[in-house]
Each structure stands twice: as structure tokens, then as C-alpha cells.
Design a protein around this ligand. Structure first.
Ligand code: ZN
Length: 297
């Protein structure tokens, strides 16, 4: 295990949010309010995202962190990314856009539909193959920390549910700030630890996964971090989505074992057409937009 100072302000003065479970202790900086994992496991967190299993095997089946099955989330994620791509294309029409952590390329595909020129960075080889061979879009193999990108290359950089996984998010933002053109747009989504579901569930908030999520932002800490690396015009909004009812059953079963029998009962008695209904929910993700300082447009 390794103790780390606050990534936002450099202080070493924390209170404990959740004690160590063997996977790391979740703390909050007393000076700036950033929540993070310290001490944390020594292993390089990037390694786990390179494995194909991270994207395709369930945590319960493999005992490892990851998506339940990224491809089974397609009906939820693909239309969601379509809405975000349209929104970005209205701000930066025809943008040269980079997605960091592109997974199977759902967003890249939607960005192309919205008239932009998308490229991805992705560590998983299986996902690289999908992006390159099936979608026929450019993909840089590797991670944010390793990729070589010329300064001032992109109009937009997008990173969805990824910043909370980085060992050094401020360093990552600094790199992306340089990769953007002056006035370029960054779009980030991440769980909001001040959201209603996080407040309701407290220490049991399902996003508290210290092996995977090393940082837990709220609208203040994410804005401060963006500002500290040279972004301005920072706007934090809600990030709602539509989910089928079956999606909630799966999540509740996985994260809240006490609810397993009641959820199992509902799952058995409800007809499939009800479980397939998509309902709009805002459970506490936030969408952050900011611009590289420079030319205003
Ligand atoms: Zn701090």
C-alpha cells in the first residue's frame, strides 16, 4: 500500500470517509475537499484496463473489477452517447475530437454520425481491434499517461467515467490541456459524490470502489482542478440517462446484497416488456465542460 498526497492541493491532511477494506482507505482532504484513496494498492491500475476481461466479464464471474458486460450495456450507452455527441457538435461543428478511454467505440461512432472527426485512445487490445477494424476509425494504443500526441492537435477531448480511475488526474488534465487547441473544449463525466444517491447511501455508495476509483469528485473539486491546469469557462451540469428497469435490478443485486431476494422476486414476477422499459434517471453523474484558455470563440 502507498500513501499519496492530495492531487489537487498537495496537502497531507485528511479525514477518513471509509476505513481500509484491504483495497485502500477513502479519505477527504481537509484543505480543499478532494476525496481519494490513500493508502492505495501498489499495482499499476492501468494494467487491469488492458485486459479484455475488464470489458467483457462480470465482476462476480471473475472476482475482478470491471463492467458487468460492456456490450450488454449497449442499449443504454449508445443512445446516451448520441445525445452527448449532438450536444458537442452544436458547440464545435466538424471538430477533430479525441476520446480518452474509448472502450468499444460507441461514442466515437456517434461522434462521426454527428459530423465530427473522431479518434480514440484505448489500452485494451480487443477494443482497439473493434475501433480500427469494425468502425474503421483511428485509435492510439495505450493510455492517457503513455500516448504521444502533438500539442494543439484537437478541438475537443472527451473522457467519460475515466478521470476517477487515474492515478494522477491533475497530471492527466495537464496533458489533455496541451493536446487541445487554444479555446478547445474538454468534456468529462464522472460520479458526483455530492449527488443525491451518494448522500443517501453514504459509505455504501456503489461508486466507492477503491481498487478502480481512486478519486471522488464533486462540482467544486473538479472545477478547481480544471482551473488549476489552465481551463476556464467551467460549467458543471447533471448527467442524466435512460435505463431499462432490468439494469437497476442487476446493479442493485450486485452492490446491495441485502436487497437480493426482493429484487429477485420482482425480476421473476415482472413481464419482460416492463423490465425493458427505459426510465430517465439522474443518479448522480455530472457532466463537466471547460475550455482551454486562449482564443474565445
Ligand atoms: Zn487538497
Amino acid at each position: 500500500m502507498r500513501s499519496v498526497p492530495c492531487n489537487l492541493c498537495g496537502a497531507n491532511d485528511v479525514r477518513t470517509i471509509r476505513g481500509s477494506t484491504g483495497e485502500g482507505r477513502i479519505v477527504q482532504c481537509r484543505r480543499c475537499g478532494l476525496a481519494y484513496v490513500s493508502p492505495r494498492l501498489q499495482h499499476d491500475p492501468r494494467r487491469q484496463y488492458e485486459s479484455d476481461e475488464y470489458h467483457e466479464k462480470s465482476q462476480l464471474a471473475t472476482g475482478r473489477p470491471g463492467y458487468t458486460s460492456y456490450s450488454s450495456d449497449y442499449p443504454v450507452l449508445y443512445p446516451y452517447f448520441g445525445r452527448i455527441a449532438e450536444e458537442i457538435a452544436r458547440i464545435k461543428p466538424g471538430a477533430r475530437i479525441l476520446e480518452v478511454g474509448a472502450a468499444s467505440g460507441y461514442f466515437l461512432d456517434q461522434a462521426r454520425h454527428a459530423g465530427m472527426r473522431p479518434e480514440g485512445i484505448e489500452p485494451s487490445k480487443a477494443c482497439q481491434r473493434i475501433i480500427r477494424d469494425e468502425l474503421r476509425l483511428p485509435v492510439v494504443a495505450g493510455s492517457l499517461e503513455e500516448a504521444a500526441v502533438d500539442p494543439g492537435t484537437y478541438d475537443v477531448i472527451a473522457m467519460f467515467q475515466t478521470i476517477e480511475h487515474l492515478d494522477d488526474p491533475r497530471g492527466g488534465l495537464l496533458r489533455m490541456e496541451r493536446w487541445l487547441k487554444p479555446g478547445g473544449l474538454i468534456v468529462i463525466t464522472t460520479p458526483n459524490r455530492a449527488g443525491w444517491f451518494a448522500r443517501l447511501t453514504g459509505k455504501r455508495w456503489f461508486e466507492y470502489k477503491p481498487r478502480e476509483h481512486l478519486y471522488y469528485f464533486d462540482s467544486t473539486t473538479i472545477a478547481k482542478m480544471l482551473e488549476s491546469v489552465g481551463f476556464d469557462r467551467i460549467v458543471v451540469r447533471r448527467d442524466p440517462n435512460r435505463y431499462p428497469i432490468s439494469f437497476f435490478f442487476e446493479r442493485l443485486r450486485r452492490y446491495y446484497p441485502l436487497l437480493r431476494s426482493i429484487v429477485g422476486l420482482l425480476d421473476r414476477i415482472l413481464p419482460a416488456r416492463v423490465k425493458d422499459l427505459a426510465i430517465p434517471v439522474h443518479y448522480g453523474s455530472m457532466k463537466v465542460m471547460a475550455y482551454r484558455a486562449g482564443i474565445t470563440q
